[in-house]
Design a protein around this ligand. Structure first.
Ligand code: SAJ
Length: 410
């Protein structure tokens, strides 16, 4: 290992941890990836991957072959510890940081003086301070004086991940990064580390501002998608084509409306705004309403199908797409999947689901080829704007009732 190369432990080998680990390993760092799932650990050590992301298979394979990436169930001593575990929420939309707390406790025995602990997981405001407190409890020897705020001998910072699924490998390098240190020394050392492999700008602030910046970015998008979704409901009532409307309104130099859809999915935008609502429930009125507007859209789509199906005795409904967005296999928080499942039990008709990026695996239904769906369906419900659907010959749609929630055939 060259002198400026580090030993890095990455806690969590999912959509963020795995690409980050393999990127760092191919840069020459010695990376030790840790995951609680033994199957994931086994696969990665064989150079295989458990998630779909363009280019990731090749990167992981070369990282493992180089000997610089190893996976295991338990951490080891290292120079840098990166935490990239999930931050879900409970049924009441309260953030659950237990995976972060547990990862912190797991690495605590392996930390030595001068180590850097970086939180990459999207986190509610105050989580980096919580890591600080846990480490002070578990390892008082790493902290001078009595209180956890007293000049720690370990460096702690938040550097929120900002990559877009589907473009992770590119954005890991090119995106600007925000570093929120618990003190100046943590800020400086973390910024130096990211500058060594990021081509975007590295901007420093305090930990709470960095946490809030990440939540703000995703809430901004959620609010703007909610605006588009609300417009789609209004336009439907008024008999206006919302896609044409948005295209025209966006010709104004200061207007840039996003696209309506069947709702907002994924593990980020449909989740993170709730962390702000939880922290400031009285103030976060617009952010909460946007979440509600977006969460309501799948119900509206279901009712639309019900209304359009009335003229059929026993209609066949073709659901095109189950993923949370175009050209990915990710089904987390997917409104398309929610709508399809609701249709299956609605009694409206027979449902044929088609998802070209997934090979079955659903207990309650089977997947159909696009050709069969196009042949048999009376109603075609577009839920995801996958490339496969965009290219469909319009002649095949002529006799069908089409409900296009993504506007691909407008
Ligand atoms: N969507 C619409 N209309 C649009 C844009 C998106 O309905 O105009 C829907 C999508 O179909 C999807 C959902 O919103 O269901 C979210 O998709 P997305 O592509 O907007 O975002 P994600 O969840 O894949 O990734 C986001 C990104 N955040 C921002 O763009 C501000 C990414 O940069 C973050 O790193 C990621 O969340 C994260 O991990 O937090």
């Amino acid at each position: 290992m060259k002198a400026d190369m580090k030993k890095i432990v990455v806690m969590g080998l999912g959509y963020i941890g795995l690409p980050t680990s393999s990127l760092l390993a191919t840069k020459g760092h010695q990376v030790f990836g840790v995951d609680v799932n033994s199957q994931v650990v086994e696969m990665i050590n064989k150079g295989e991957i458990h998630i779909v992301e363009p280019g990731l298979d090749i990167l992981v394979k070369s990282a493992v072959l180089s000997g610089n990436l190893r996976a295991a169930l338990e951490p080891e001593e290292a120079d840098i510890f990166i935490i990239a575990v999930p931050t879900p929420f409970t049924d009441d939309h309260v953030p659950d940081i237990s995976f972060i707390e547990s990862a912190t406790r797991t690495i605590a025995p392996f930390i030595v003086q001068g180590n850097l602990v970086i939180l990459e997981s999207t986190s509610p405001v105050g989580t980096t301070e919580r890591i600080h407190t846990i480490l002070a409890e578990e390892r008082p020897d790493l902290f001078n004086g009595n209180g956890p705020k007293n000049s720690p001998k370990v460096l702690i910072a938040h550097c929120p991940e900002r990559v877009l699924p589907g473009q992770i490998l590119n954005e890991l390098v090119t995106n600007d990064r925000i570093i929120g240190g618990i003190d100046q020394a943590s800020q400086k050392k973390t910024a130096e580390f990211y500058r060594s492999f990021v081509s975007g700008e590295v901007l420093v602030t305090d930990a709470r501002t960095a946490e809030m910046a990440k939540l703000t970015e995703n809430s901004f998008r959620d609010v703007n998608i909610a605006f588009a979704n609300e417009l789609s409901l209004i336009c439907d009532r008024l008999g206006i084509n919302v896609w044409e409307l948005i295209e025209l309104a966006n010709r104004h130099p200061r207007v840039s409306i996003l696209q309506p859809g069947p709702g907002v999915g994924g593990h980020c935008i449909a989740v993170d705004p709730w962390f702000i609502v939880d922290a400031a429930p009285e103030e976060a009125r617009l952010i909460r309403t946007a979440r509600e507007v977006n969460d309501h859209k799948p119900h509206w789509v279901l009712e639309k199908v019900r209304a359009r199906a009335e003229r059929f005795k026993s209609p066949v409904i073709g659901c095109l797409g189950l993923a949370f967005k175009a050209n990915v296999d990710d089904l987390r928080e997917s409104p398309a999947l929610e709508i399809t499942r609701a249709l299956m039990v609605s009694g409206i008709g027979r449902v044929m689901a088609c998802e070209p990026n997934v090979n079955g695996g659903f207990e309650e239904f089977q997947l159909f080829d696009l050709g069969d769906v196009l042949k048999e369906a009376d109603i075609l419900l577009v839920l995801v704007d996958h490339a496969e659907f965009k290219g469909i010959d319009r002649e095949l749609l002529k006799e069908k009732v089409v409900i296009d929630t993504r506007g691909i055939w407008r």
